[in-house]
Ligand binder design. Sequence first.
Ligand code: ZN
Length: 128
Amino acid sequence: MHDSLLVRLPKGEDLLAALVTICREKGITKGHISLIGALEKAVLGYYPQDTRQYVTHTLDAGTEILAGLGNVSLKDGEPAIHLHLTLLKGDFTITGGHAMPGNILFAGEACITPIDGPRLHRGLDTAT
Ligand code: ZN
């Protein structure tokens, strides 16, 4: 059993890219992620079950990350992050979605818990 990591996420960097870098550096190929913090810019995705193509929504104003939940697996031999975000906007309404590339960190604290056992490789599921 590996210990969980509690790491600070770098201001100005892409959220998903920062998580991939940490996982690569620490050799984490499977795990659970929970994080809080704030974004300077958010890019959220919604996956319509009929068209199966992500629809994206960009927020250029700062938001608070109330909850980020996700996991780490492997795709093409590299750590792949699947992360969902619940965000608080400046008017105290909530939004959220699937974290797309382009989320720019203002600040962040992530807890990454490695999971033991066989490696998990991400592939295409034709049903979803
Ligand atoms: Zn998702």
